[in-house]
Write a protein that binds this ligand. Structure first.
Ligand code: PGA
Length: 252
């Protein structure tokens, strides 16, 4: 059997949850992870207001915490932003950068995403670098070209398997209930893996490649079994502890 990286399931809570919901969900997941050692690494990415509380709850178990974004600078006059160092200080080990909602809502370019990934490395965090084509790009047959260009532009020169995770999230599949087919996912992941190996050598094989976009308990096992899929970035279904745990349990 081909080598597989240990799977990583990341829950992106986005801008959802007040303290009571988040704490309850984190406690439920921490309890499950303590009772039965999970078949994957697990990262919860709560809104920044809940990072400290959730970090406290999962502190003694295997679940790690991630931020949803960071600024490229370590500190300074950037009202409303958070640095990677602040996230690390609050208990994070990961940070999502370049999510398509940030690329769309905040006009983040590949260059800015790369600066954020660099900031993550500087702070000792692993960056979960997101990329993915939109619907018109897929319809035009340009998906591989688009994700290849995003990968080239968004990964910092010092990227390696320890400090970088790549999440392929077709924009049209996020929050839509539509997932890419196993064949399409396999084609994109094989392409990204080839580019990572060309750029990083053997280490490119160890960079975990996640799929994201309407991953649910019902489709997780099929998606997670696809070659070169090393886990999932889960949005909507990560807001329900039972669903998220079922996805974690679906890892091969
Ligand atoms: P979704 O979100 O699972 O709700 O489609 C995925 C993501 O945006 O990371």
């Amino acid at each position: 059997m081909a080598h597989r990286n240990r799977p990583l399931i990341a829950g992106n809570w986005k801008m959802n949850g007040l303290r009571r919901d988040g704490v309850e969900r984190a406690r439920a997941l921490a309890g499950r992870a303590a009772a039965a050692s999970p078949p994957c690494d697990i990262v919860l990415c709560p809104p920044a207001t809940l990072i400290a509380a959730v970090a406290g709850i999962v502190a003694d178990g295997p679940i790690e915490i991630g931020g949803q974004d960071c600024h490229g600078a370590a500190s300074g006059a950037h009202t409303g932003d958070l640095s990677a160092e602040m996230l690390a200080d609050a208990g994070c080990r990961y940070v999502i950068v370049g999510h398509s909602e940030r690329r769309a809502d905040h006009g983040e370019s590949d260059g800015e995403v790369r600066a954020k990934a660099e900031a993550a490395q500087r702070a000792g965090l692993s960056a979960i670098v997101c990329l993915g084509e939109d619907e018109s790009q897929r319809d035009a047959g340009r998906a591989l070209e688009v994700v290849g260009a995003q990968l080239a532009g968004s990964l910092p020169p010092e990227a390696n398997a320890a400090n970088t995770v790549v999440a392929y999230e077709p924009v049209w599949a996020i929050g839509s209930g539509r997932t890419a087919s196993a064949t399409d996912i396999a084609a994109v992941h094989a392409h990204l893996r080839g580019l990572l190996r060309a750029r990083l050598g053997d280490d490119g094989g160890g960079v975990r490649l996640l799929y994201g976009g309407s991953v649910k308990p019902a489709n997780a096992a099929e998606i997670l079994a696809v070659a070169e899929v090393d886990g999932a970035l889960v949005g909507g279904a990560s807001l329900d502890a039972d669903d998220f745990w079922a996805i974690c349990q679906s890892c091969p």
